[in-house]
Design a protein around this ligand. Structure first.
Ligand SMILES: [Zn+2]
Length: 421
């Protein structure tokens, strides 16, 4: 780490630990360490775990609740990886399964990388008495096509789900495996790493919270680090279904999203379209693949923040980013005032759409832009206590849903808004 680096990049560096859905322990442990380093004990910020295992950081900016709403910034701690299905009958090999939409190219029998020897790391989480977790691991090289045990197509999400076996190199238990890719590197305005989705989102949210606490903004803000997003938005579902946060909360799901998209990922005939580029600013994600348009209050808040930044000459974008779906969809479907912020990403899910296994890549200026949008949104909420002060139940009426779909329909499949410098 160097001192000149922006906080969000420092945090992203520190978060470079192995993760998989339901195996996010190392990331969550790093988040706790980062929290301890960022916030002093006298500051009105606390950290806790909810029933689902999500980390919930709470800045009590409005202890008397004069400003009757909160802002919650979500990001997920998991990433597609390989789960361990068991061992082969002769006990010599592990059976690994692709999980969470990992690039299927990494597993296709005759793909060049496979024959060259795709390398994966095996990870075993070891819990010590004090709750500290370390990771032990080995590197294996995926063997030739004979090592493929079983191939099946998972009809649920249209992604090929393949299992193969790999030598465990003496580990008596393996919890998960990840692709071996070059570690985080920065070049000009770009950062590449095996996992930026969604460690970058966590980094943005924590950096924004540091600004918000510095500025002593008079609004309650939560930073939630969720679990198991990639296998069905489970952490976000748990957060809302257990009523962890106040009902009036405005939620922002902060995530990376592919700069290349198509409407139906299972449709091989539909071409990929470049919908935005890296370095053009963070994207106020007014909708995603599942939801045409997120909550009006939450969208308006972020668009107001975006326009304020735009008037200062900063590039911010706003559009329906439909390459994938994010946690705002489940939050909104369950009645929460939710929207999203996306950082345009190349190499999404390690090249899911690119035909080769690769690192993920984002622009540093887009990460900084995301921090600015969230900080500005908190300022807008703090400076106008009446703003969005009531949760409008009519958002949930069928008529408003019809209206929402109609509005989305007006714009067809194209981005609804485009704020450019
Ligand atoms: Zn993500």
């Amino acid at each position: 780490m160097t001192n000149e680096e922006p906080l969000e990049l420092k945090i992203l560096r520190q978060l470079q630990v192995p993760t998989a859905s339901l195996m996010e322990d190392l990331v969550l442990q790093e988040v706790t360490r980062i929290f301890d380093g960022l916030f002093g004990e006298e500051e009105p910020v606390s950290i806790a775990r909810d029933q689902t295992g999500n980390i919930v950081i709470h800045y009590e900016g409005d202890p008397n609740r004069d400003n009757p709403k909160s802002l919650a910034l979500l990001a997920h701690s998991d990433h597609p990886a390989f789960s361990v299905d068991g061992r082969t009958q002769d006990d010599t090999n592990l059976i690994l399964r692709m999980q969470g939409g990992l690039n299927p190219e990494s597993l296709i029998l005759d793909a060049p990388l496979f024959s060259l020897g795709t390398e994966v790391y095996l990870h075993r989480l070891v819990r010590h008495d004090g709750g500290i977790i370390t990771v032990e691991g080995g590197i294996i090289t995926v063997e030739t096509s004979e090592s493929v045990l079983h191939t099946s197509l998972d009809q649920r999400d249209g992604n090929p789900s393949k299992r193969y076996h790999a030598t465990a190199n003496g580990l008596d238990r393996v919890d998960f495996a990840t692709l071996k890719l070059p570690s985080l590197s920065v070049r000009d305005n770009y950062v590449s790493a095996p996992v930026i989705d969604d460690l970058g989102g966590i980094a943005i949210n924590l950096a924004a919270l540091r600004n918000i606490v510095n500025q002593k903004l008079g609004v309650d803000v939560y930073v939630v680090v969720t679990r198991a997003e990639e296998i069905g938005l489970l952490g976000a579902y748990g957060l809302v279904s257990h009523h962890v946060l106040p009902r009036d909360t405005l939620y922002v799901a902060v995530d990376t999203s592919s700069c290349r998209a198509k409407w139906d990922r299972a449709d091989t005939k539909e071409p990929l379209k470049v919908i935005t580029s890296l370095g053009a600013g963070a994207v106020i994600r007014t909708g995603d693949n599942s939801t045409p348009l997120f909550n009006g209050d939450a969208n308006e808040l972020l668009i107001s923040a975006g326009r304020a930044l735009q008037s200062r000459g900063e590039a911010v974008q706003a559009m329906r980013m439909y390459g994938g779906s994010c946690e705002a969809s489940i939050l909104y479907a369950m009645g929460a005032r939710a929207t999203a912020l996306a950082i345009p990403l190349e190499g999404w899910h390690n090249g899911l759409q690119e035909g080769r296994v690769m690192s993920e890549r984002v622009a540093l200026s887009d990460l900084a832009s995301g921090v600015n949008v969230l900080t500005t949104a908190a300022q807008l909420l703090a400076n106008d206590p009446r703003r969005y002060s009531r949760f409008h139940v009519d958002h949930l009426q069928p008529s408003s849903l019809k209206f929402r779909d109609a509005v989305a329909g007006l714009y067809g499949k194209e981005p609804a808004f485009n704020i450019k410098r």
